[in-house]
Design a protein around this ligand. Structure first.
Ligand SMILES: Cc1cc2nc3c(=O)[nH]c(=O)nc-3n(C[C@H](O)[C@H](O)[C@H](O)COP(=O)(O)O)c2cc1C
Length: 179
């Protein structure tokens, strides 16, 4: 049976909450597994029909070892600086036909002029493209009130609705491809 896989990076837990809500929305259409990038399988077989990836913005981009080290230092965390979504997308291999995919990121609730600089999800989309994934929807952005969270009120519900929309898009494309 075709499945969806949601792979996230999250230092403070907000992106994990979003990943689970997206999975909840998707689950109306297909079975879903949610996993941290550091635990995600490095080979995806043909049973994976939809891949959703998400991570926080760190210094306007996708986290890197130096930004994770900075977070460990500044916030007393102990995340592995070398393991995250960027590294997983660099390492993972896809077996079988091109997978449908979508990207999201989390970012601070700043004025649009400032958040425009944030480009983590753009890099995710670029790395998905390198894996020959087909994007089913534009990237989505979810807001936190401070670096350590919490999420802005309503973002979890918005993530659930976005997951449901992704499931609908995926099914519509499948129906179109099957004539
Ligand atoms: C090292 C570091 C750099 C950050 N840089 C940015 C940034 O450039 N733009 C932004 O909107 N948020 C920035 N933030 C806040 C993160 O976006 C926020 O911590 C994250 O979205 C929370 O998600 P998480 O709980 O899943 O880690 C930064 C946080 C850290 C720790």
């Amino acid at each position: 049976m075709t499945k969806a896989l949601v792979v996230y990076e999250s230092l403070f837990g907000d992106g994990r909450t979003i990943a689970r809500a997206i999975a909840d929305g998707l689950s109306a259409r297909l079975p879903v597994t949610v996993t941290a990038a550091s635990d995600a399988p490095t080979t995806l077989g043909p049973e994976i029909g939809l891949l959703v990836v998400g991570a926080p913005n760190h210094v306007t981009g996708l986290p890197r070892p130096a930004t994770r080290e900075g977070a460990n230092r500044d916030y007393g965390l102990s995340v592995d600086p070398a393991a995250g979504l960027r590294e997983w997308l660099d390492e993972v291999r896809i077996e079988g036909p091109a997978i449908a995919a979508a990207a999201y990121d989390t970012r601070m609730d700043h004025p649009k002029l400032v958040t425009k600089l944030d480009h983590a999800s753009r890099t995710e989309e670029k790395l998905l493209g390198r894996l020959h994934c087909r994007l089913v929807a534009p990237a989505e952005h979810f807001l936190v009130t401070s670096p350590e969270g919490p999420l802005v009120t309503g973002e979890e519900e918005r993530a659930r609705a976005w997951g449901a929309t992704l499931g609908d898009q995926w099914e519509a494309r499948l129906a179109a491809a099957n004539g």
